[in-house]
Write a protein that binds this ligand. Sequence first.
Ligand code: GLA
Length: 676
Amino acid sequence: MTRPGLHTLTGGRGLLFGGDYNPEQWPEHVWAEDAELMRAAGVNLVTVGVFSWARIEPEPGARDFAWLDRVLDLMDESGIAVDLATPTASPPPWLGHRRPETLPVDESGHRLWYGSRNQFCPSSPVYREHALALVEDLATRYAGHPALALWHVGNEYGQVCHCDESAEAFRTWLKARYGDLDALNEAWGTTFWSQRYGDWAEVVTPRRAPYIINPSQQLDWRRFCSDALLDHFRAERDLLRRHTPDIPVTTNFMGLFKPVDAWSWAREEDVVSNDHYPDPADPLAPARTALTHDLMRGLAGGGPWLLMEQAASAVNWRPHNPPKPPGRLRLESLQAVARGADGLCYFQWRASRFGAERFHSAMLPHAGPDTRLHAEIRAHGRELRELARVAGRPVPARVAMVFDWPSWWALEERGRPSDRLNAVEQLFSYYLPFWERGVTVDLVPPSADLTGYALVVVPNLFLVSDADAGAMTAYVHGGGVLVVGPFSGIVDPRAHVRTGRFPAPLRAVLGASGEEWQPVEGPVRCRWAGGAEFDAHTWTELVAAEGAETVAAFAGDGRPAVLRHRAGEGVAWYVATMPEPDALGELAERALADAGVDGILPEPRHGVEAVRRGEILFLLNHGTETVRVPLPRPATDLLTGSAADGHVVLAPRAVAALVEPSPQTPPPGDDIEITL
Ligand code: GLA
């Protein structure tokens, strides 16, 4: 049976618009006003009940659903669909008080208490029993309710626990992976530092220890933690599916969030959703956001995804929280639409009066509806209705970028040549030049089928399996263009170093190999074969060409810094250092030329984003200056109805959604000016 998905919600509704709705924080007379204001703002989806466990089950075994019945009925009468949450992210104090073993324990053995949220041990059978009993009753109660459109399991999974029950669950997981202790000892390399295990009972979680912990043990621990949470997610999901087979199930990711291997999670849910809060103090935030959105599209298998949470204005959890200036709310939301989102939701609908998030912005601020912020929300809701045709449309990409959680985990263990290598920063530094040129990139896991892409970029893949290295090699031989960044292909899936010249499993396809990593303090001068120079930083490698041409060399001693190798029908690049941004731009252009891929923007424009979704070309100005963007063809802006020929002029924070007119349409007029 095909599973329901985001299309189940968008069919008939167009793009989804709404947010977290926490009516339990308000007296009932406020709910009616909420519903009215939601309707006026064009809200068509709300997430209800995320933190309502204590309200529904005020004491063990009790159930109070009457209030939730009224909320769902009200939403239904108002034509607003409900994304109903299982409230299992924040158990009530009575659970931790009566059953302290459900509370998580940190790596030093300290128990974390209630009084905040997320206080549960993912491996606690008692927590699970209580959580599932509640989910079962919730599902029984609301199966068939006309407002129920989506299930939202838990919230932002990422909890870790080192208690004895977690250690027992870790051992069970390890037994399934390795079978016996000999295999575990071999995989963890326990002849090192006298770490051999003679009895399963000796195996514990990587608790606080005097010095560096075994990296293979740490890697398996991270795998286990992600799997343990996933197991809990699945248990809730299966129960929900049993009661409501036609209602899709999601849980909200947090982008490039280290604790959870999103590739393994995404295939277990019906809808991929994400919470994203760009840092207003980061000038590169728009590009980082684009990367996160592209990851979500990748997790959704190229299909649409849901922006489950964003802030209408300021958050309250950074040390200093300026509001979003006028127009940024719209710009950021439309950026998600352009990169494949079919739903634009916020945390939260109405700002809380009390609690830890009372100073977090909301769609409806404390000051009420007659505010500039709420006016922007309303205008945005209206505008999204005009964009309904975008729903379900694909975002085509000919370039893929590989990212992998176990490799990330393994790379960033202690005791390596440089702590300054950061998997996400490395990914972002390679992503940025493509974003600046309007080249759409799909994020993919290393096991993805690469054959449909003209160019595959691997910014760092420290840990690689033989199979994935083989597939990359075959991809190049079959005509693909591959770019591999430094310190890739170094360890196997157990985090054991692959001996021989590196990167051992990719050496043949790269036509190059190395023998020594040489991290550096200051910048290192490099020279392109044509003579132009650039700086690299942090990392260099002693590498020799073995059939590859040296495209750039370290200026000091002339040894290779960037290599290019024709292998079979394709081309493989190897970058043995960390070039400065402009040099990565040059590298991206050369690799794009090898692959025959053009960017939408004729030259890099930092702050201007260009991406195609379906037949629409989105242009977004994240910068502070008005820009003039040349158009490949005449087009009409869906957002304003104006026609443009030649150029579009975009004020700061302006967006154009351009469609090329069909041949019958009369020729377009002059340039158009888009202002807020
Ligand atoms: C997360 C959570 C929400 C809320 C917001 C605040 O995304 O899921 O409950 O705490 O952050 O930004």
